[in-house]
Write a protein that binds this ligand. Structure first.
Ligand SMILES: [Fe+2]
Length: 313
């Protein structure tokens, strides 16, 4: 990656941010290591280079934990596993099922390619990933180790990650919390947050109610910092961050319901909302983002009569 260089960022003595700001991955090191987030096809080479730069022997990295199986969170798995066959992919039982679906690889490739194309257009990467045209799936594209609520991943030297099931964004979503340093791998539970603009795109693609439940669940953890599925870390004041995420979700949802109540056409609402969201994140083609917005409108309609969705005790 010649023009733009992405170095690793040391967040704590045992925790590093890798990948790029829009598509980060993280590395936690005890005696053993664990990557969190499965990257994209375009960030694979960057992640490998960053681990080399940190001087960490990849043999020590035992796990690759998936927060969820959306295509922009699993793209580097096939190549990472090919390079480091000892890596165990960790995910929820639902994640395992999702990756085993016959359509999974096709859907993944289509979105992974569009991400690479947009990163090239934006000059966020200056070279096409080596396997862009002929991706190889001669290694298993599956979850090797299933984890669920309450499970622990012990990396040694006191670094232990606790698993929380956090659906709502995706049915397969998990978050991970490491008590010793207070790091919470949030994934996409709080949606797409852009810290520079202090703005959220709420992402309750599966269900608004479970999405809010998961934000509430994570807000009860005394974390010192949060590792997001996009746009890096949130440092400190996590209670304020979760309150903000909840408020943004409520505002997004209420606006949809009010406009529908006034008899506005859902198509028109979806275009308006997508235009706003596109100013926050233009990392996917407009049409794909509009499909996601339409899904959010349906989810808001389904949750229209739910009460106390947005309360954080
Ligand atoms: Fe996602």
């Amino acid at each position: 990656m010649s023009e733009k260089r992405y170095g690793p960022t040391t967040i704590t003595p045992n925790f590093y941010q890798l990948g790029m700001h829009s598509y980060p991955a993280y590395l936690s090191m005890g005696d053993d290591g664990m990557l969190i987030e499965g990257g994209t096809g375009a960030t694979f080479a960057i992640i490998v280079e960053q681990i080399k730069e940190l001087g960490i022997n990849p043999e020590r990295i035992k796990y690759l934990a998936l927060t969820h199986t959306h295509p922009d969170h699993i793209g580097a798995i096939p190549q990472l596993k090919k390079l480091w066959p000892h890596l165990k992919v960790v995910g929820s039982a639902v994640a395992k099922q999702m990756l085993q679906r016959e359509e999974a690889v096709g859907e993944f490739l289509q979105i992974d390619h569009s991400i690479t194309e947009i990163l090239i257009i934006k000059n966020d990467i200056s070279e096409w990933p080596a396997e862009f045209e002929n991706p190889t799936f001669d290694v298993d594209f599956v979850v090797d180790m299933v984890v669920g609520e309450g499970d622990k991943l012990d990396l040694g030297s006191g670094i232990v990650w606790n698993v929380y099931e956090t659906p709502g964004h995706a049915p397969c979503h998990i978050s991970l919390y490491e008590e010793k340093e207070g790091t919470l791998a949030i994934g996409d539970v709080t949606g797409f947050y852009v810290s520079e603009k202090n703005a959220f795109w709420p992402n309750y693609f599966q269900s608004l109610e479970t999405y809010c439940n998961s934000i509430r669940k994570l807000s009860a953890i005394p974390a010192k910092r949060g590792a997001l599925g996009h746009n890096g870390m949130v440092d400190g004041q996590m209670d304020k961050y979760f309150a903000k995420a909840m408020k943004a979700t409520e505002a997004f949802h209420m606006d949809i319901l009010e406009r529908l109540d006034k008899g506005e056409n859902p198509e028109k609402i979806s275009i308006d909302k997508t235009k706003l969201v596109y100013l926050l994140t233009n990392l996917q083609p407009f049409a794909s983002m509009q499909n996601l917005t339409k899904l959010l409108i349906r989810r808001s309609q389904q949750a229209a009569d739910k009460e106390n969705l947005f309360v954080i005790p």
